[in-house]
Each structure stands twice: as structure tokens, then as C-alpha cells.
Design a binder for this molecule. Structure first.
Ligand code: HEC
Ligand SMILES: [Cu+2]
Length: 489
């Protein structure tokens, strides 16, 4: 044996017998050679639900059947969109595997579909994450195999050209690869995924809205939503939990373009599995979810109420749909959150007693405005105050803010509307056949301002053209505030 060969042998043996030549020896276990036991068909679920935890099961041969469907759905009330989906939902079916599993993945393209598709799973180690082996024409199916080498929460998506368009139409979802022994058990687990959508029309424009390539390239999203549509997680579709429970959300971001600043209004994440990986950060307010990335958040809910899930790029939440709800039921705990305990008038030293009605700051109050003046001023007030909730065309947000456009509630009773703006409104109201149970805070406006904004509302969007005068508001203000309850009768 030559010296040279001897040297190589010695080095090789040294390497085999120690971990010294493994660069980052502590980083991860090698699951590539782990043998699998038996086989099972994967349970797939539509959002916001996830399959059962893997628990203590051994690595297995996991059989996944995923069907692609192109089908029309609702983006928002009255707005239709032709979605392309993995499993018939946006995001696509949730897949739950275990590290070491050998996945046999069959992708079926429904014969009624028009286009070829494929799948790139970020959990796959291999060319294109499976995309290269899974391109499948309508009416066909393709099978490929991969082994789950790394635990974590991974995005999958279609990668057929034009890739951006397939993703923008809803072709993304999550695959969770649990570590050995599974993630620690929690009380509630949910599946939420953000996506941005680009339509020919503006936000809320009715009818079937085709995909808009120019807007997509310019990253000017009309809709930014959780689980494929505006209101997928609000009203009676809200997520639920009970006081004392720990909630885990598998949160993904399909993009195609936007990064999500995921935040839950009224909670703090006790734990965040950063970017869906092993590292856990604690006590987090807002976590970034990159396009094509995911995160696992966990928090214990301590008090009852409605928590609001948002992309904290906040116009997306209130104007483009990135808003969901988690309703928590149970006993109040005044130590953790008291609610308002006192409400008073604040008069700083030397301050004067506030006079009602207040006079608009420095602006001269025109006593006898024309309808055109009222409309003009009312529109400004609307854009500054009411717009945030009731939206630019008074269309509201399904399950969250009632419409003012063609509102039967508004048109039926003028004094009641004046009172809503004067004193706020809470409790259940029914507007155009839909129930809302939320809170509108009192709007701190003068008689003139309230008359202007309501005149604008009544004379827009198909309402009954009532003209509201400052005197009408003054009369209502002079009366004791009507309790919200009584207003609904
Ligand atoms: C912070 C969000 C918010 C703002 C700002 C707001 N509203 Fe509301 N509004 C609501 C909510 C929520 C309700 C339903 C309350 C309930 O469920 O009891 C509502 C209900 C109403 C209603 C009765 C229901 C209907 O749709 O006809 C009227 C009228 C109304 N608002 C007018 C206004 C006007 C005018 C302004 C601006 C001066 C305004 N609101 C500002 C949230 C808001
Ligand atoms: Cu596709």
C-alpha cells in the first residue's frame, strides 16, 4: 500500500469513528438512514383545522393523496374569484408528518381543470422540492417519494410557470414535520395562512374579479387575507378557545409578494418557533412571517373577549382583509384585565369646563350650509373618522363593521343613527339581514359635524337622501343617552 493511500485510509477511519469531521455536530440528527415501520395514509385537513398530532408514533411510510381543483369561490361579500387550490381550500390541505417519515406523495390534477400544475414542498430535500417530478396535466396523477430529514413547519406551493400567478391564485399550504415524540401537547391548534391577491377591480368591486398581472408585478395588492378570503376567520367563523387554554397557531405566508407582521391584538405570544424552526423565542408581540415562510406561535388565553389576528401593516388589516378573530369564552379576571373602571371628565388645572356642543377647532361654524357644502364637509369627516371601519364606499367589512351603503338600519330611523354617532353603539344589531355584535365608539364630533357627515351618508350609496340639520343633532344631544339595548328594540 502506498503511503498516500494509507493516509487516506487513516483519515477516513478517523472520520468514521468520531464526529470531529462533522462541521456542526450539534445542529441536527441525521434522519436519512432511519428505518420506517409500516405505512399509513395521511389525514389531510382544510383550514383552520389541523390533523391529529403524531404523538409517539415511529417514522412510517406516509401516503399523501393531494387533489388539485380549480374552482370559483368568494373573496369577499359579492366578490367572486377563480381560485386554484390544493385540496379544494386556500390555503391547501394541511399535511402532518414526522421527521424520518418516507412520504409517498401522489398529486392528482382533476380532469375538469384547465392547466398543468406541480408542487414544491419546502420540507423536501431534492431538486425543486418535488416540483421537477410532479408536473401533472389535467386528468393525470404523478407520484414521487421523499424522506422528511428536518423537523419544522414548511410551506408548499405550486411552481408551474408563471409561478407567481399560480401562487397568487391560492396554490400554497403548510406541511408540518414534527420532531421525534411530537410537539408538546396544547389545548387548541389552528391553521392560518396569509396571502395577497390582485384583482382587475378595486377592493370590494362586485362580480367575478380576474387576476391582474400588472398589479401583481407591481406588488399592489387589492386583498391581503387570512385563509383565502375576507372574513374567513370572523363572525361565526372565528377561531375559539376557553379561558386557561393554550392555543397554538401554525401560521404560514403564501405571499406571493408581501411579508406579514403577524400580531394578535390583546395577546402576547408566550412562545414563537422562529421561522417555523427549532429556535424558540418567548414573550413576543409581533413576529415576521416571510413570503414562503411560516411560524408557530403559542399563547395561553387568560381573559374572555375577542382577540384580533392581524397583519400589523395595519391598512392591510382594516382595508384589505387581513383580519381574523379568536373568541375566548370564560370567567373575567379583573387582576389581569379590569376593563374600564372609571370614566370621568378631565379638567387640567386652569382648564375650562368643556362646553357641549364643542366648537370645531378654530374653524368658523357655518350656520346655514347648503346641501353641497354639507356634502363636501361631510365627506371629509367621513374620510377622517368613519372610513376606517365602514370603508370608503360605506360597504363595511363582512362580520366586523356593518355597511352604511343601502343600510336598512340607517334608513329606518334617523334619530337612532344620530344617537349612534353621538353616543356610540354596542350590542347586537341587524343590518340588511346580517347580525353584528361589536362596538362603535362614540365619535367626538360637534352638532354641525354630525349633521354634515350623516347628511353625506344619507345622500350617498343608495340611501334615502335625508338631510340632517345641526338642530336635529342638538335635540338628540339634549336627551339623556339612550342605552344601546333600548336602541335595538
Ligand atoms: C372604530 C370603528 C367605527 C367607526 C370609526 C365608526 N363606526 Fe359606525 N359602527 C361601527 C360598528 C362596529 C357598528 C355596529 C355596532 C354594533 O354591533 O352594535 C357601527 C354601526 C353604525 C351604524 C348603525 C348600523 C348601520 O350600519 O347602519 C351607523 C349609522 C354608523 N355606525 C355610523 C357611523 C358614522 C357616521 C361614523 C363616522 C362619524 C362611524 N359610524 C364611525 C364601527 C365604527
Ligand atoms: Cu399551479
Amino acid at each position: 500500500m502506498s503511503n498516500f493511500i494509507k493516509r487516506i485510509l487513516v483519515v477516513t477511519i478517523a472520520c468514521l469513528s468520531s464526529v470531529a469531521c462533522k462541521q456542526n455536530s450539534e445542529s441536527s440528527t441525521d434522519y436519512s438512514t432511519l428505518a420506517v415501520v409500516d405505512q399509513m395514509t395521511a389525514e389531510l385537513t382544510a383550514p383552520p383545522f389541523v390533523p391529529k398530532p403524531i404523538g409517539n408514533r415511529k417514522a412510517t411510510k406516509l401516503i399523501v393523496h393531494m387533489e388539485i381543483k380549480e374552482e370559483q369561490g368568494e373573496m369577499a361579500d359579492g366578490v367572486k374569484y377563480n381560485y386554484w387550490t390544493f385540496g379544494g381550500s386556500v390555503p391547501g390541505s394541511f399535511i402532518r408528518a414526522r421527521v424520518g417519515d418516507e412520504v409517498e406523495f401522489t398529486l392528482k390534477n382533476h380532469p375538469d381543470n384547465k392547466l398543468p400544475h406541480n408542487i414544491d414542498l419546502h420540507a423536501v430535500t431534492g431538486p425543486g422540492g418535488g416540483a421537477a417530478s410532479s408536473l401533472v396535466a389535467p386528468g393525470h396523477s404523478k407520484t414521487f417519494n421523499f424522506k422528511c430529514l428536518n423537523p419544522g413547519l414548511f410551506v408548499y406551493h405550486c411552481a408551474t410557470a408563471p409561478v407567481g400567478m399560480h401562487i397568487a391564485n391560492g396554490m400554497y399550504g403548510l406541511i408540518l414535520v414534527e420532531p421525534e415524540g411530537g410537539l408538546p401537547p396544547v389545548d387548541k391548534e389552528y391553521y392560518v395562512m396569509q396571502g395577497d391577491f390582485y384583482t382587475k377591480g378595486k377592493y370590494g368591486d362586485p362580480g367575478v374579479q380576474p387576476f391582474d398581472m400588472t398589479k401583481a408585478v407591481e406588488e399592489k395588492a387589492d386583498y391581503v387575507v387570512f385563509n383565502g378570503k375576507v372574513g374567513a376567520l370572523t363572525g361565526d367563523k372565528s377561531l375559539t378557545a376557553k379561558v386557561g387554554e393554550t392555543v397554538r397557531i401554525y401560521m404560514g405566508n403564501g405571499g406571493p409578494n408581501l411579508v406579514s407582521s403577524f400580531h394578535v391584538i390583546g395577546e402576547i405570544f408566550d412562545k414563537v418557533h422562529i421561522e417555523g424552526g427549532d429556535m424558540i423565542n418567548t414573550n413576543i408581540q409581533t413576529t415576521l412571517v416571510p413570503a414562503g415562510g411560516a411560524v408557530i406561535v403559542e399563547f395561553k388565553v387568560d381573559v374572555p373577549g375577542t382577540l384580533i389576528l392581524v397583519d400589523h401593516s395595519i391598512f392591510r388589516a382594516f382595508n384589505k382583509g387581513a383580519l381574523g378573530m379568536l373568541k375566548v369564552e370564560g370567567k373575567e379576571n379583573g387582576k389581569i384585565y379590569s376593563g374600564t373602571t372609571q370614566e370621568g371628565i378631565y379638567m387640567p388645572e386652569g382648564g375650562t369646563i368643556q362646553n357641549m356642543p364643542k366648537v370645531a377647532n378654530g374653524k368658523e361654524v357655518i350656520v346655514n350650509k347648503t346641501l353641497a357644502q354639507q356634502m363636501n364637509d361631510g365627506k371629509n369627516i367621513f374620510s377622517n373618522t368613519c372610513f376606517a371601519c365602514h370603508q370608503s364606499e360605506g360597504q363595511g367589512i363582512p362580520n366586523a363593521f356593518p355597511p352604511l351603503a343601502k343600510s336598512d338600519y340607517l334608513n329606518a330611523d334617523i334619530d337612532r343613527s344620530i344617537n349612534a354617532v353621538l353616543h356610540g353603539l354596542s350590542g347586537e344589531v341587524t343590518v340588511n339581514g346580517k347580525k353584528y355584535n361589536s362596538v362603535m365608539t362614540s365619535q367626538n364630533l360637534t352638532d354641525q359635524e354630525i349633521s354634515d357627515v350623516l347628511t353625506y351618508v344619507y345622500n350617498s350609496w343608495g340611501n334615502n337622501k335625508t338631510r340632517v340639520t345641526p338642530e336635529m343633532v342638538k335635540t338628540q344631544r339634549a336627551k339623556p343617552a339612550v342605552k344601546a339595548k333600548d336602541m335595538h328594540e
